[in-house]
Design a protein around this ligand. Structure first.
Ligand SMILES: [Zn+2]
Length: 445
């Protein structure tokens, strides 16, 4: 098909003045919508550069088994953030570090319309891979670099963000950086959080020179937040899809349960006279496991158990275990919490105390952002489906403050939080291009 003359000449003008623009030579064969979204030039990310950045960041905190360990508020965590900061500041973006160490880089737009924030996190679990979090930050970096070098100045400012302590493995709660940024946790509460060795974040912020900054983003009106992430589940791979258009995140409730018994000799104490915290906790865990059979869609995990004194010939005096429950529906999550409580109080052998460690309501993402992601995916010809995220993410926290959304790409075998975590370069590039496309859509909203 021949393009109308005015479009052909426009194409030539763009090619001449925007040297990095993606304008294939044999353009006459391709519908003109390939090049433009809402009258903007359709940009494509630089896949080789994105791949290089992923490789380089994975070398920071690299484990000998091929995995990555950048626990929050560690030396490797700071080094990882500094790497991202260097790339952004070399590209001429305005860098800001806030008092908990969140990194923001600003690419100024032509208007004062609310800005679009894109990003994720660079901390990892102890046995992490190279994609969880890092992909979202480096794809956001790539979008900003690509927009800047194309010469296109969007009408909205773009803010690249990397939030601290998303994983929450060393210091709780998780998603701490986005909680702080959205005003849901104070600086004092962040500083007071301690790890298992009794080291506080406040101490680490003093030790790690340059980790904490003094800047804020208060003068920038942010309207949107968009995060690219690996799915961390098997759905996209099983259905052979390129993109997950995420419509929301299921809520979660974390409880620490302590079963108080009495320590005594394993050989001399008759069974009927025991207050065995070990045995009681085992029964409780087994009963809790039945809850997902009663509440459809409920996910329940007992991921941590600690026995005291943890000796083979001593009846346990105390057992602590955690209960992680998740559901996309708020009412059902509350129902599950009530049933957990009932199950824990049903027995009378041991006293039980419960402590809530974290609670996040299910979230529904902005229709505007979801449709921008869907559009960007469709325009690029990717296969996609709309889905709920099973894992918690910064976007879910920021949804309370900004119109938010997420993009998923497939995770091989549905594996994450594992050194085996993998997504192919093709999948990574698809996700990053959808991120860039969605940003272009949102600039016109
Ligand atoms: Zn993550």
């Amino acid at each position: 098909m021949r393009l109308p003359l005015h479009l052909r000449s426009l194409r030539l003008v763009l090619y001449a003045y925007v040297p990095y623009a993606y304008v294939p030579y044999e353009a006459d064969e391709i519908p003109v919508t390939i090049y433009f979204t809402h009258m903007n030039l359709k940009l494509q990310i630089d896949s080789a550069r994105l791949e290089q950045h992923l490789i380089e960041l994975a070398q920071i905190g690299a484990r000998t088994d091929g995995g990555v360990c950048r626990l929050a508020f560690s030396d490797a965590d700071l080094e990882g953030r500094a790497y991202v900061e260097d790339v952004l500041s070399e590209a001429g973006l305005e860098i800001r570090i806030d008092p908990v160490g969140n990194l923001f880089a600003i690419l100024r737009g032509t208007s004062t319309l609310p800005a679009i924030m894109i990003g994720s996190h660079t901390d990892t679990v102890a046995t992490g891979g190279r994609y969880d979090g890092a992909l979202g930050v480096l794809a956001a970096v790539e979008c900003a670099l690509r927009i800047k070098e194309s010469g296109w100045v969007p009408n909205r400012s773009i803010v690249v963000a990397s939030f601290v302590n998303e994983e929450g493995v060393r210091f709780m709660p998780d998603m701490m950086g986005s909680l702080y940024h959205s005003g849901q946790i104070s600086l004092d509460a962040v500083a007071a959080a301690t790890d298992l060795n009794g080291v506080s974040i406040g101490q680490e912020l003093t030790r790690l020179q340059g980790y904490a900054g003094t800047e804020t983003l208060e003068d920038i009106d942010v309207g949107y937040f968009l995060e690219l992430h690996i799915e961390q589940g098997p759905v996209l791979e099983d259905e052979d899809l390129d993109i997950g258009v995420v419509t929301g995140v299921q809520g979660l409730s974390w409880t620490e349960v302590t079963v108080h018994g009495a320590s005594n000799h394993a050989g001399t104490t008759p069974m009927e006279r025991r207050r065995d915290a070990g045995l009681v906790s085992g029964e409780l865990m087994s009963n809790l496991r039945q809850l997902p059979n009663e509440i459809e869609g409920l996910r329940l995990t007992i991921g941590s158990v600690t026995y005291h004194p943890n000796l083979i010939n001593v009846i346990a005096s105390k057992v602590q275990f955690t209960v992680d429950i998740r559901h996309p529906d708020s009412a059902r999550l509350q129902d599950a919490e009530a049933r957990v409580k009932r199950l824990l109080t049903e027995q009378s052998v041991c006293q039980i105390t419960c402590k809530s460690l974290a609670r996040v309501e299910p979230c529904t993402f902005s229709e505007q952002v979801v449709s921008a992601v869907q559009n960007a995916s469709d325009t690029s010809g990717y296969s996609s489906k709309q889905m709920i995220s099973g894992a918690g993410h910064d976007a879910q926290i920021l949804n309370s403050k900004f119109r938010s959304g997420m993009i998923f790409i497939p995770s091989r075998g549905g594996i994450s939080h594992n050194i085996e975590e993998y997504s192919s370069l093709k999948q990574v590039v698809a996700g990053a291009n959808v991120l860039l496309g969605a940003v272009q859509h949102l600039t016109e909203k």
